[in-house]
Design a protein around this ligand. Structure first.
Ligand code: ME8
Length: 645
């Protein structure tokens, strides 16, 4: 019999900057749900990707001096980019879509044409406030003091030809869909959508732009590019092969469960189903709007400098500890305040103490009292009953929470069992039982029950912390069959004469004070680094004659605050004069006798009436608005006149 299918997506993220812990939170949550569904027998399709078009990306690329495609390629596929981050975080996506992929571009053009042909997209006029220098339309509410919010200059009424989607036509069916109560979750978001957006009247949506070009051209009117949200939302369909031949899974997996952040629920629960209705396809099975991770009460943002770097946290705490923390601490549907203290306390309390200790104590006791292999004689006791009762009901309780995407409550069920097992150790006191040979069957029973409680807990934890669970399974002697979902409900899935193997400590305890200090030091905002300039050819580079030179003499230039005049030995036998504006950073006497690097074949430049024949090379950066400069001072052993290449 074929497995039931389950299709889950994350938002496709903008590759306009490196991703932060908020994006990581959403992707880890979707990954955990995908892993849970696979565990429980589904044929899962898990999609994530990147939303690569639009004006913002075009502008960022321009500022960085690269093409938009080069810009997004670096952020998505470059070292330390989005693909690397998901690999690091052990994300098990089956597919990754980039909206610049050819198949997606062609499919969007067909979808747009289909909606045009069926009359749901029409040509109209976009009216708004226009800022000529910025070439941007603004709505009344976006203006600041009636002026352009970007440059502060006056705006004027303007009209632009644009295509519109008949969103108004779908107001009723979308409202009915929202009222079904299962389409959009958590339920609290439903009223917000109906009251704030549908009841005031849905207006048709402008779905093309002519003011920039980094987008998918409208085939039948090439001056227009498709509005980025139309391009983006349909990714969930094109990545399954909708309107293209790259993939052929649309019929198999559709409709999806779209996991999104609360700020884009409107796009996903109103515009997205309306467009699907227009093209005659089923709406998503569910849109789940998760909450934000906030810092000090506000959303993370680059401009506030309070962005938390997932690479840094994964390196410091381990990938599984970070995954666990994100899903254990914050209820998925509501906002959660991120702090390093909370992160450390959660790891210490739940992973190092509760789970880690249970594994290490149990395995150590089987080692100490039975040389690692349990004997098969047993002696039950009423003391076992409550642990075994909880063991029996936990998988189903967990599944009920997981099916409702209440991931933190799913974990709650597992930790109830883990705590109960830890308490069982105190109640049964194996170290006392071990004192009398006659108690061996009883002692073996206690340890077996503990191993079983651990085994079941680990099965349920696998979607959250897969690597650590695999290691722990190996320690408690659980083979593949004893790790399956089905076996979680079968007491006795470990062999009666199970053999354990001591292993590494799964979650070492963190010294909170020390770690907080380290994080504090590392989390200071890194100085902004200028973007890499566009490529130059190797021939152009080779034409730059850069050499090692020695400072013969150096003096300040009269009447100049900045300039130093250098006489340099460049190996040619004739001293070379170079002027350099570095007096703010060096006194002349510091530099005499030093070997430094210079470019020699620049045209002669006159400064304060003096010739400068080249330029000294230095490392320059801006920290807190202040420029820092360091001359490239070289090892004395490097011969004067050597070329730098
Ligand atoms: O909106 N806390 O992309 P985006 C929790 N390209 N989650 C957060 C978060 C935070 N502080 N910050 C971001 C876009 N997220 C569009 C989506 S989909 C067809 C197009 C997560 O890069 C959250 O899931 O701005 C949010 O919805 C998403 O990242 C936005 O990512």
């Amino acid at each position: 019999m074929s497995k039931p299918t389950f299709y889950i997506t994350t938002p496709i993220y903008y590759p306009s900057d490196k991703l932060h812990i908020g994006h990581t939170y959403c992707t880890v949550a979707a990954d955990t749900i995908a892993r849970y569904k696979r565990l429980t027998g589904y044929d899962v399709m898990f999609l994530t990707g990147t939303d690569e078009h639009g004006q913002k990306i075009e502008e960022k690329a321009k500022a960085a001096g690269v093409t938009p495609q080069q810009f997004v390629d670096r952020i998505v596929a470059g070292p330390g980019g989005i693909l690397d981050l998901w690999k690091l975080m052990n994300i098990s996506n089956d597919r990754f879509i980039r909206t610049t992929d050819d198949y997606h571009v062609a499919a969007i053009q067909r979808i747009f044409k289909k909606m045009y042909d069926n009359g749901d997209i029409y040509k109209g006029a976009y009216k708004g406030k226009y800022c000529t220098p910025c070439e941007s339309f603004w709505t009344e509410s976006q203006l600041v003091d009636g002026k352009c919010p970007d440059c502060g200059r006056p705006v004027h009424d303007a009209e632009e030809e644009a295509y519109f989607f008949r969103l108004s036509k779908y107001a009723k069916p979308v409202q009915e869909l929202l009222e079904t109560g299962t389409f959009l979750e958590p339920a609290s978001r439903v009223n917000e959508m109906i009251n704030n957006f549908i009841k005031p009247g849905l207006e048709d949506l402008c779905v093309s732009r002519t003011s920039f070009s980094w987008g998918i051209p409208v085939t039948f009117d090439p001056g227009h590019v498709v509005y980025v949200w139309v391009d983006a939302l349909f990714n969930y369909a094109t990545a399954m092969g909708y309107m293209n031949d790259r993939y052929h899974d649309f019929d198999k997996y559709w409709p999806p469960v779209n996991i999104v952040g609360k700020e884009i629920v409107r796009f996903h629960s109103i515009i997205w189903p309306a467009m699907l209705m227009s093209v005659g396809e089923p709406v998503p099975a569910k849109v789940y709007g998760h909450g934000w991770l906030i810092i000090d009460g506000g959303k993370m943002s680059k401009s506030k400098g309070n962005v938390v770097d997932p690479y840094l946290l994964a390196e410091k705490f381990g990938v599984d500890a970070l995954r666990f923390f994100l899903l254990r601490t914050f209820p998925f549907g509501t906002d959660g305040n991120f702090t390093n203290e909370l992160l450390i306390n959660t790891i210490n309390a739940d992973l190092a103490n509760s789970l880690g200790n249970l594994v290490s104590r149990t395995v150590a006791m089987v080692g100490k009292y039975f040389d690692g292999t349990l004997p098969t004689e047993r002696a039950a006791d009423p003391l076992d009953d409550s642990l075994l009762a909880l063991l029996r009901v936990t998988p189903a309780r967990y599944a009920a929470q997981m099916d409702a995407f209440q991931l933190h409550l799913g974990l709650e069920e597992v930790f109830r069992l883990i705590s109960r097992a830890n308490k069982y150790i105190d109640e049964t006191m194996p170290w006392v039982l071990a004192k009398d040979e006659a108690n061996r069957p009883r002692l073996a029973t206690v340890l077996y029950n503990l191993l079983e409680a651990l085994r079941v807990s680990l099965i349920l934890l696998t979607p959250f912390i897969p690597d650590s669970c695999a290691k722990a399974f190996a320690q408690i002697g659980a083979d593949e069959s004893a790790r399956s979902w089905e076996s979680a409900s079968v007491y006795g899935s470990l062999p009666a004469d199970v053999t354990v193997t001591r292993g590494e400590t799964l979650f070492p305890r963190i010294d909170a004070q020390k770690m907080l200090e380290e994080l504090e030091a590392m989390n200071r905002p890194a100085p902004a680094v200028d973007p890499v300039l566009p490529d130059v050819s190797i021939d152009d580079f080779a034409r730059c004659d850069m050499r090692v030179v020695k400072v013969l003499s150096c003096e300040a230039v009269k009447k100049s605050q900045k300039l130093l005049k250098f006489s340099l030995d460049d190996g040619s036998g004739t001293p070379r004069q170079i002027l350099s504006g570095i007096h703010a950073f060096y006194e002349p006497e510091q530099l005499v006798g030093k070997k430094v690097a210079a470019i020699l074949n620049l045209p002669t430049r006159k400064m304060m009436g003096l010739d400068s024949n080249g330029m000294l090379l230095s490392a320059v950066r801006t920290v807190d608005g202040k420029e820092e400069l360091h001359l490239m001072i070289l090892d004395d052993a490097v011969p004067v006149g050597s070329r730098l290449c």
